[in-house]
Design a protein around this ligand. Structure first.
Ligand code: GDP
Ligand code: MN
Length: 383
């Protein structure tokens, strides 16, 4: 899960990492009030989860409340690289002496956290790495050893920072590491990390991504989830504990077991169709589990046909067949559903479905035949 700048800064503040004083505003009037409360010169910043806001005109300085109101009016509602601005962060303006770059990134390949520091910041790190490769310092941190001042020193000397910055920068990185580990982040990036005219290091921006699998034990972070921005099906699946990933086709796919569902996506694509989702119902055959899964799938208006792929191992196909019938009857689904049943008690399962004689239910014994059928039905070539 990616956080907005203001949320990342809230987390920074909890570990004592200095951030400018600021408030979130949803309307120009609120931005004006925020500027009045903060006092002096402020900066008004678009809150969207995309970089390059500065260049796109989403970050503007204002001399006081009246100007804060007028720049907020320009920024709220603006489109920045496909993201509409709904909120702005109003902050006390900083007097910048130097812009630097600091980051901690989970490097999955190395199975370590990669710490990066550059004495040049404010622009894309790719650009820094390209134009000033000597300015970017990288150190991999052993997760079991954790952070130590020695890592900070290596980063600072590697980036060519002056000796006077080593201590304060070590302090910043210790706190960044604290935030990274405490909130189970996969990425924490500060660009720019500034040196103010009066010699303080301050996090002027924040990019913060946390591991979704940790959210159950990170209530403060989980509460930051942006329900508005979330995909409605993925949000629904999350609330119901259904393992679901939205895709962009029109054939709803569900099956028992992640591997089987992934193969099903391939088979649908191979048959010339486009899957609308990935959904693993697990080993369950209970009607209520199938209802939950089908409700998530059918709430996607793009879905025109459903392909339910079951391979019965421990799960028995006759029990799944009964679950499917109960779910379909209960939900009153009218779109075509292709069911492939194979494995334990498959003959009985197919028999149960055939006996029920539901007009929009099609039963197939193989995955390929079922995929062809689902693709034809979604395309309206069969009924
Ligand atoms: P981004 O463009 O989306 O990465 O947004 P940033 O938060 O990094 O802001 C972009 C740039 O705006 C920074 O690199 C700064 O140069 C400038 N900026 C942001 N806040 C202030 C501020 O308080 N004072 C001044 N003078 N410049 C600022
Ligand atoms: Mn930035």
């Amino acid at each position: 899960m990616d956080l907005y700048e203001y949320q990342g800064k809230e987390l920074f503040a909890t570990v004592g990492l200095p951030v400018p004083r600021g408030m979130v505003a949803v309307t120009p009037e609120e931005a004006k009030a925020a500027a009045a409360q903060i006092g002096g010169r402020v900066v008004v910043k678009a809150q969207v989860q995309v970089g390059g806001r500065g260049k796109a005109g989403g970050v503007k300085l204002a001399d006081g409340p009246a100007e804060a109101r007028s720049v907020a009016e320009q920024i709220i509602g603006m489109d920045i690289h496909g993201h509409t601005v709904h909120r702005v962060l109003v902050e006390e303006a900083s007097d910048i002496a130097r812009e630097m770059y600091a980051a901690l990134i989970l490097d999955r390949g190395a199975k370590k956290v990669l710490a990066m520091l550059s004495g040049i910041g404010g622009m894309d790190i790719e650009q820094v790495a390209h134009e000033h490769p000597e300015a970017l310092s990288r150190v991999w941190v052993d997760p079991l050893a954790g952070w130590s001042d020695y890592v900070s020193r290596r980063l600072c000397f590697g980036a060519g920072l002056g000796a006077e910055l080593v201590r304060p920068m070590s302090d910043v990185f210790t706190k960044l590491w604290d935030a990274f580990t405490r909130y189970e982040a996969t990425l924490v990036e500060v660009n720019p990390l500034i040196l103010t005219a009066d010699g303080r290091l301050v996090a002027l921006d924040s990019k913060f991504s946390v591991d979704n699998n940790s959210l159950y034990r990170q209530p403060a972070v989980a509460a930051m989830r942006d329900v508005e921005a979330a995909d409605p099906q993925e949000q629904m699946a999350l609330e119901r504990g259904v393992t679901y990933v939205k895709l962009d086709g029109d054939i709803g796919v569900l099956g028992n077991g992640a591997g089987l569902v992934m193969s099903t996506l391939d088979v649908v694509a191979d048959a010339g169709g486009a899957p609308a989702n990935f959904l693993d119902v697990g080993g369950g055959a209970k009607a209520e589990e199938i209802v939950s899964a089908l409700e998530v799938i059918t709430s996607d208006p793009k879905v025109k046909a459903i392909f339910f792929n079951i391979f019965g191992g421990i799960t028995r196909c006759d029990e799944v067949a009964n679950g499917v019938l109960t779910a379909v009857a209960q939900m009153g689904i009218t779109m075509p559903i292709v069911v492939r049943l194979d494995g334990t008690h498959d003959v009985e399962g197919r028999e149960i479905l055939a006996q029920a004689d539901v007009p929009n239910l099609f039963v197939e014994a193989t995955m390929l035949a079922a995929a062809d059928k689902a693709v034809a039905l979604a395309a309206g070539r069969e009924s």
